[in-house]
Design a protein around this ligand. Structure first.
Ligand code: SF4
Ligand code: SF4
Length: 304
């Protein structure tokens, strides 16, 4: 079974579009479907695919809408917004189901080598996955929850992009699946959490049980949220290593790899793809993470 082909931004914008390009040292990005279809177990795909198929299709459909709707960006857009706009945007994002909202400038290193974006600022939007479902990992119920979140978040970023356009601003909804940038790194830069040893963003609240998407814009006065509030987490991970020992594929590196471009590689995704494809979402490292099992503030108090 072949990986479903994901839409490509460049096919939806005029030929003379000026993009924000990746940095020299950016690395290639593979989407979740590409990883599981390339490296996962082919037999289980056929058996398990029907469980997640509706949400996989919704996620791809939402990505097509993200790109198609770019033509609705106002030609003469405003580049400054006031407090009321941001307050209304945040209220709307929470109403739709986002658990937090962060604002940051995109570092070009975070744009995948094979991708481009239209605008250099990002509104970062995490959404929690249902804790009870994730607690059932590894199971098809936990896997279904991963894909429900991808599909829902893909629709949310489209609603937010439309909200912004209707108020005179340009927006590019970054799809929840198959996006152009490294979302956990953007969320970390935006002060929304820190990437744990398992490569997922850990935040106060649901720990690593979340998915992330982004809306790019050229609004220059975003209320940037960059902070280092969470940067104590890596030293905690160094002592914990629970996800490393619990991963059924031994895919999580005990020593996170530092790549030539100074980015970090947390897991061997070719190994992860096997259990991931068995339940269409594995999630054992999320369920076993200390920040999922225990309260963030309690852990922090013990450490700091
Ligand atoms: S999703 Fe599963 S296989 Fe992949 S790293 Fe996490 S625990 Fe390991
Ligand atoms: S299980 Fe432990 S080592 Fe792994 S990400 Fe969570 S806190 Fe870090």
């Amino acid at each position: 079974m072949k990986a479903p082909s994901l839409p490509n931004l460049e096919n939806y914008v005029p030929k003379d579009t000026i993009f924000v390009e990746p940095a020299e040292n950016s690395h290639m990005g593979l989407s979740v479907p590409e990883v599981i279809f390339t490296y996962g177990n082919k037999k289980t795909h056929i058996k398990k695919m029907p469980y997640i198929f509706p949400n996989l299709i919704k996620a791809i459909f939402n990505a097509v809408i993200s790109y198609r709707s770019l033509r609705k960006n106002p030609a003469q857009a405003q580049k400054k917004a006031d407090k009321v706009f941001f307050q209304n945007l945040e209220n709307y994002a929470r109403e739709l189901g986002c658990t937090n909202i962060g604002y940051t400038e995109v570092s070009r290193e975070y744009i995948f080598k094979n991708k481009k974006i239209l605008f250099k600022y990002a509104i970062v939007l995490p959404m929690n996955m249902n804790k009870d479902k994730t607690n059932q990992a590894p199971s098809i119920n936990a896997g279904k929850e991963v894909w429900r979140t991808y599909a829902k978040l893909g629709s949310i970023v489209n609603h937010i992009a439309r909200f912004m356009r209707e108020r005179g601003y340009k927006a590019e909804a970054g799809p929840a699946v198959g996006g152009e940038t490294n979302y956990p790194l953007l969320a970390q830069k935006a002060g929304l959490g820190y990437i744990g040893k398992h490569g997922m963003l850990i935040s106060k609240g649901n720990g690593p049980s979340q998915r992330i998407a982004v809306v790019y814009t050229d609004i220059e006065n975003l209320p940037f949220t960059d902070s280092s509030n969470y940067d104590w987490i890596p030293s905690f991970c160094e002592k914990c290593n629970r996800c490393v020992s619990q991963c059924p594929a031994q895919a999580i590196y005990k020593e996170t790899k530092l790549l030539a471009d100074s980015s970090h590689q947390h897991i061997d995704y070719t190994k992860c793809a096997i259990p991931f494809s068995k339940s269409m979402g594995c999630s054992v490292c999320i369920k076993e993470c200390t920040f999922f099992k225990s309260d963030y503030d309690k852990i922090r108090k013990q450490v700091i």
